[in-house]
Design a protein around this ligand. Sequence first.
Ligand SMILES: [Zn+2]
Ligand SMILES: [Zn+2]
Length: 453
Amino acid sequence: MASRIRPLGLALRTLPRTGAVAAARFPSSIATQAAARVAASARRSLSLKSFFTSRRPASESFTSQFEPVLEQADLFHPLSKSPLAPVRAKAEWIVAHGTCPVCKEHAPEEKSKAPKHECPDCGYPTHCSEEHYNMDKEHHKHVCGTLREVNEDEHDLRSGRRMKEFEFPGAQHRDEAINLSNWDTFLYTRGFLSMNSERSMRHVSHVLTYPLTIGSVLHQSSPYQLGKDLTVEGLKSLAALRHTLHPAMIPGITQSQDLRSTATHTVRIFCLGARAESHLPPHIYMQLAYLFPTTAFQIHFVGPDAIPPHTKSKEPHQHVHYEQMTFVYDNSRYESYHAEAGPFNPYYDVFFLFSPGLAHPSTKAMWKPTIPLLLDTKCAIFGTGFDEQDVMNDVNEIEGAGYELDWLMKPRENVFRSLKHEVNMTDVRQSAQCNWGIWGIRGRRYDVKPADE
Ligand SMILES: [Zn+2]
Ligand SMILES: [Zn+2]
């Protein structure tokens, strides 16, 4: 599957705005409330949120809400002629705001004519006319297959079929090993059923990329290894966290004891500038918790777009408890949250920045005061980007700022990136994948003291 992933090196930061901060980052996830909120601006993505109502099995909520409308052999439709209204609306949006690449090439300064012509093979509005389409066919060929895949995936999500791939497994038996080498081994060893097509893998990876990106970095069976991906400093930081996350590793505690009762500390995961990741229903994050059955987690989603799913509340600070996890949603700026959430401890606290856009003009200023605060905690900080260029922009920004830091993980492809492509609707030649790449840093320290017990 990895062979299908390619760095696109494309700037997707010109996407339609959804909010002051959110706008500059990756197009929000299909699986999130963000997608639903974008509907108003006609950036029509399907929302998987409706499939995940509270604790009911996905299939139950699904079948109760939708009548089957499309057969599996009937998933391809030109966007403008789709039987699904949201897909037709998407076509209208692209026509209104999209670009004809041929017009653009001939007169880059002028606004191109509306891309009214739909490619018969992918169904997307791609060019202003059949003539320009034919002139550009050789170029379009390179993206046509991906667009067709996205087209069919969207129709599949709304087809009304029972989405068995979203019926996620519960807790793992303690003796069963989880293999985090890649999506396939994870899904297989965790007992995910009905993962029998690449399309199902795309759907599921798109939802699970956030919890699994976190889990795969922190877990003792991480695919990221010393020398290859991790630096010595990276291993030190992760060893500290794993000391808390895998209490069975503590001498004197055996597997036969009730490990839960020995978990004396809660691991706090801070997702800053949170957006799509905060809109996932809590039970999705249980797939992270199941990797660490003896650990209690707090996940802090901080940022103006950090909003819990299934709520109409506009409270700027909310808590949700779900089994061994507590979710905190806070809309304050990180600088003020930092003081409240401290003190921080590298054994229990870790930061994740999902597609932060550290170098992007519209978010750069927001991150400027945040990064030194994070480095000051000496806790591990991991970041992702939606393609190679996005990752490198963040990395160059960090390196150029002259911070006192150590690299924990050199920038690389994220094993648990979303396999689904997100299309830039203002220029359908561009697409990217959620959490495509990953990197890790930490404020430089010269002395590591064990945590006070
Ligand atoms: Zn044209
Ligand atoms: Zn096409």
